[in-house]
Design a protein around this ligand. Sequence first.
Ligand code: 5GP
Ligand code: MG
Length: 178
Amino acid sequence: METVRILDRQFRLYLSESEIQSRIHTIAQQMSKELEGKNPLFVAVLNGAFVFAADLLREMTTPTEISFIKIASYQGTTSTGNVSDIIGLNEDLSGRTVVIVEDIIDSGLSMTHLINSLRRLNPAEIKICALLVKPGNLKVDLDIPYCCFRIPNDFIVGYGLDYDRYGRGLRDIYVVEE
Ligand code: 5GP
Ligand code: MG
């Protein structure tokens, strides 16, 4: 599909399923090589990263564990950066190589918050793996060793990412039309 309509918006094809899969294959090969023997733990952030995490994990050629988390958001209060903001993490992270698997990094503030929380659980190291990064919007310094695509500051849907809760099941990635 070259274009899709979701609710009140029109979106056009931006990254095809085959481009996405090919890039994930390459990144997974690199990660498998660099994290070989470390028994990495993927910490995938729901909801958006569920499709990416599933494809990435299946391309890994070194034993890799995965856990899915949600970040609790507190409306009207400043986020505390507390470990208790993280829902669903039952693993012992101490001494582990943790790879945060995210769909998209925009300002980078969510990621910074998550890293600060996870650090308190004493992992050996934390690495970031993001499907998409908007370098033009980054407000913090982040080392992102594994990034599939750097994109402009446009709104994206599909492949796990939603527009107002819709569009997550699209196999390709679409960008909003002005
Ligand atoms: P950050 O804290 O990096 O600014 O925000 C990252 C979060 O914003 C992502 O996890 C995602 O929920 C949302 N986000 C940022 N850009 C986009 C986008 O282009 N499309 C969608 N669907 N969500 C986005
Ligand atoms: Mg996300």
